[in-house]
Design a protein around this ligand. Structure first.
Ligand SMILES: [Zn+2]
Length: 105
């Protein structure tokens, strides 16, 4: 048995959409990505379909307003994930609307 999967953090996701943490190395493209409860519709996880450049989506980071925006957006069937390295936040979008990640922890 492997150790329980740690929480995904934006800083551990590279520009190819590969998430690395400890013994884990998972390409989110083509893999099932766990979706937070308040973001998901019915599915608890969805496959990463493709990756786009974050700067094509945002003028600045929706959370910390850093500009220019660096990084990628991972697109699944119904949601989009922007791992914002500028503020190490996993920002989730549905139909272009931000649905999770803006609250401070
Ligand atoms: Zn940011």
């Amino acid at each position: 048995m492997k150790t329980p999967m740690p929480m995904m953090q934006a800083k551990d996701i590279d520009d190819e959409g590969v998430w690395r943490k400890g013994e884990y190395e998972i390409s989110l493209l083509g893999s099932k990505i766990p979706i937070p409860e308040n973001v998901q519709d019915q599915k608890t996880q969805e496959r990463g379909l493709f990756i786009v450049e974050a700067k094509d989506h945002f003028q600045f980071c929706p959370k910390c307003r850093a500009s220019p925006v660096i990084g990628i957006v991972i697109v699944t069937e119904s949601v989009q994930l922007f791992p914002a390295k500028c503020c190490d936040t996993m920002l989730w979008f549905k139909k272009g609307e931000i649905v999770n990640g803006l609250e401070t922890e």
